[in-house]
Write a protein that binds this ligand. Sequence first.
Ligand code: ZN
Length: 309
Amino acid sequence: MNPTRNVYKLQITTFLKALTIILAIIAVIWFLVLSDKNNRTLEIISFDIGQGDAILIKTPENQTMLIDGGPNNKVLQKLGQYLPALTKRIDIVLLTHPHADHVTGLVEVLKRYNVGAVILSGADLKTDVYSEFLKVITEKNIPVVIAEAGEAIHFGSAIAGLEFDILSPEQAGDLVFNKKSEGFGSGGNDVNDTSVVGKLMFKNFSILLTGDATSKIENRLLIYGENLKSDILKVGHHGSKYSSSLLFLKFVSPKAAIIEVGAKNRYGHPSPAALSRLQMVDSEAFRTDLNGDIKILTDGFTTNIFTEK
Ligand SMILES: [Zn+2]
């Protein structure tokens, strides 16, 4: 046998082995990429952060929107838990309205994350925490959009049918409040009623998020008629009796209701009245005080809700 030929054969065998290993690695990577592309899941997580709202939305293309930041910095721990490691970007921060139980956690979020844009309700409330929030926006030069009914956010061109429609407030930027001018419940202007109300839709799935809007706004929203119908409702104002009117709930007709509420809060939220109205429309209530973090996963057709507790 020719020894030169043997060496040559050996080299070919080694080359083929190496090629096989490389091809196998490429196949695994390709499979992971493809399976990730097929993983078209929308995630919505209601954080258990005490008496307040903080909801993270992760789109199938990994865009992120944080709706409110809760009454303290617990939101930072939750973001660390639910965003991929080392993530320093949040595409959109939406503040439904400037009350402390929604804005406080967002101050540190804006400082620590690279936020693409901030969406605000038209209300301008004269409080220290909201002033600090606005100051950070200015310092970091973050683009601001004032929400107005009729506007919509479209997420990712490649994904058809993923959009967030803004249903309220009706007019942007014309409401200024100080503590004296703020009224509650049915009388006067209520900062809660400036809440950005939006419907997030993904294929056949929909969730309606109403901030702290009271039944005064819910009544106005009835003009949307059939379009209010949603699979899930983020219940208004932590389950207060002044929100979730029966007529509104009948229009929305949610299969599940998410209540963001702190354990043993001083407001008595959620109210027995609101809970019983949810029962009347056969809506299953999930509560952050009892269930911990509430995670909704949907591919647009099948939806699952997971609770921490
Ligand atoms: Zn609130």
